[in-house]
Write a protein that binds this ligand. Structure first.
Ligand code: ADP
Length: 329
């Protein structure tokens, strides 16, 4: 076990994919430092192409890193590859299930792949834990999407790893099943498993994770306790439709933007000012309000906020500054 209490440590991790057929090489990870505390539910967030899969595929021994150090449960993946592999279970994103095996058979096969001796296998116990005990001998093709996903989780647990990695665990599943999976992840965590998950959904990270890293263009843009991060990004917008055409009002330092539809958007942080106060300011500016709607920042705004300088000369994390999320069209 890691002396520092980290389930996973990555130091200056780099991965460059060689370009195929004349294409330029792709630097997918550009010196990533990440520390996943033992016992945490750690969320890896980032837009498509950010490098999340590359990161977890290195952990899963499916992609070979270019340089840097990685250890899993204290085992360096270069020096102790066998132990490192034994310490981690990975649930892939795709719902690839061999239709010819029952869940029980699929579990036994997986246990064989991981060299779990027959006497130590806990096929039924694990299937029971993911709510599939009564499907142990069913044809895999009769399993619903949610059951398949739970079977994948069960397979990743055959060797009882202390660290479980979930790649987009609820991508494309309905709300009800998503909540079930969240409950199950929380339960696993309560029983001592450290969880690392990638997600597109801010809500999922908010619901589950205690620590969140935001990855963008192969770099870590932020890594913080969930509360700190959410606090930072809680930007809202009031969209005001004025009666008639009016010039943009000065609302005492608040960012006000004109919109093509004749409305204007006021960005604010509920921490700093209440919506009622903004409305008062607008009225004090002599503007008659026809209609008001509010908008909360979403994950995309968060990325924009945290990676604001990305397209310019990015020179380091911009956490702490508060560029206003753009109004996307
Ligand atoms: P994410 O999981 O965050 O969407 P990925 O790790 O899949 O990001 O990809 C990071 C970058 O590396 C992307 O630009 C992607 O196109 C590139 N990439 C991923 N896998 C390969 C590969 N096998 N060969 C070449 N480039 C790759």
């Amino acid at each position: 076990m890691s002396a520092a209490g980290h389930a996973i440590e990555a130091r200056n991790l780099r991965k460059t994919y060689r370009g195929s057929r004349g294409q330029a090489p792709m630097e997918a990870l550009k010196g990533v430092d990440l520390y996943v505390p033992q016992g945490s539910i750690f969320g890896l967030l980032g837009p498509n192409g950010a490098g999340k899969s590359t990161f977890i595929n290195i952990l899963a021994d499916l992609v070979v890193k270019t340089s840097g150090d990685v250890s899993i449960w204290g085992f360096d993946i270069d020096k102790n590859p066998r132990q490192a592999r034994a310490a981690i279970g990975v649930v892939p994103q795709e719902l690839n299930i061999d239709p010819f095996f029952t869940p029980a058979e699929a579990m036994e096969l997986q246990a064989g792949l991981y060299g779990v001796p027959k006497a130590e296998r806990r096929t039924l116990e694990i299937l029971d834990a993911v709510g599939l005990a009564d499907k142990a001998d069913a044809y895999a093709r009769t399993l619903s999407g949610g059951m398949r996903r739970r079977l994948l989780v069960a397979k990743a647990l055959v060797h009882q790893p202390p660290v479980l990695v979930l790649d987009e665990p609820t991508a494309g599943v309905d709300i009800e099943l998503r909540k079930q999976l969240w409950d199950y992840v929380r339960e696993l965590n309560a029983r001592g498993t450290t969880i690392v998950l990638t997600t597109h959904y801010l809500e999922e990270a908010e619901e589950l994770c205690d620590r969140i890293a935001i990855i963008n263009h192969g770099e870590v843009a932020a890594v913080e306790a969930k509360e700190t991060l959410l606090h930072r990004i809680e930007q809202k917008q009031l969209v005001i439709r004025p009666a008639g055409e009016v010039p943009l009002p000065d609302l005492g330092g608040l960012k006000v933007e004109a919109r093509a539809d004749g409305c204007f958007a006021v960005s604010y942080s509920p921490e700093d000012i209440m919506a009622g106060e903004i409305i008062t300011r607008i009225q004090n500016a002599g503007i008659e309000i026809c209609d008001i709607t509010t908008q909360q920042s979403d994950l995309e705004d968060v990325f924009l906020q945290l990676t604001y300088h990305k397209n310019d000369e990015y020179s380091g994390p911009v956490v702490g500054e508060k560029p206003v999320p753009s109004t996307r069209s």
